[in-house]
Design a protein around this ligand. Sequence first.
Ligand SMILES: NC(=O)c1ccc[n+]([C@@H]2O[C@H](COP(=O)([O-])OP(=O)(O)OC[C@H]3O[C@@H](n4cnc5c(N)ncnc54)[C@H](O)[C@@H]3O)[C@@H](O)[C@H]2O)c1
Length: 285
Amino acid sequence: MNDQHRLDGRVAVITGAAGGLGSGIARHLAQLGAHLVLLEPRVESLQPLCRELREGGAQVQELACDVTDEASVARAAQAVAEQHAGRCDILVNNAGILVPASPLEALTLADWNRSMAVNLTGVFLCTREFGRAMLKQASGSIVNIGSIGAQSPNTSPPYSVTKAGVLALTRHTAVEWGPMGVRTNSVSPGFLRTPLSEVHYANPDMLQLRTQVIPLRRLGTVDDIAAVVGFLASDAAGFINGEDIVADGGFLHTTLMHVHKHADQYGGTHQADLSPFARLNQQKT
Ligand SMILES: NC(=O)c1ccc[n+]([C@@H]2O[C@H](COP(=O)([O-])OP(=O)(O)OC[C@H]3O[C@@H](n4cnc5c(N)ncnc54)[C@H](O)[C@@H]3O)[C@@H](O)[C@H]2O)c1
């Protein structure tokens, strides 16, 4: 592998690290040689992952951190500074929640506020607190986890709104901190299967439906996304700042196809009865 892709000895902080995507990112950054700092509100939920990573030879620090709590984030940043002599090289703002689907007119303020707190305020607080070390050392890479929901509403109204905010904050941070040596980018995953999204697959048709509308004809994997995070965190992406990389198998580009009649408009299947929209219409009638 090109050395520019390596992260040997870099201190990498990952929020929500016990989750589906967070743990995959941790494994990948460990393979690239990073020294990991894993954050979760309940630190004990990190134990199996920490054990696995240490057995594989990685250096790991685990800390309790609720990204919505200013004092908790400040304490974690202080603990990282003490452990790593003030260094912080990589921050992956990964923690996120998806509140239950709801029509806008029935959405509770509690669900709205909770989404804002974790998905957007959490990114701000971690960027501010861990970014201070980056500004001091005049280098660093922040990778925010967005979503294709930032571009296209889904059934949980605050989710797409918060993710659009994450992309705006990414661009803001990139412009403000770029001159100080800190790059900031985001990755917007498409359909993945993790604890967060598992609720969607309770309906067995959903996997087939989603697979059919993705040009690459499969869901994304945690490894697909972790690879992009690793790239953006590394010097191989040294001139990329303020960008969002969409990793969705081409799904967002299918919009115009939705008004066509046949499944083959999605590029390949000629079985009209498999058309996801035909199927949906059947379900409605
Ligand atoms: N799963 C998908 O289909 C999908 C698609 C696009 C984007 N994403 C994004 O990927 C990121 C990771 O999600 P995931 O799919 O791994 O979900 P997940 O539920 O498996 O993991 C989310 C993690 O965030 C942690 N978390 C929740 N609240 C927190 C808080 N206040 N402070 C710190 N940590 C907190 C949880 O404990 C959990 O470990 C999220 O930002 C999510 O929006 C997921």
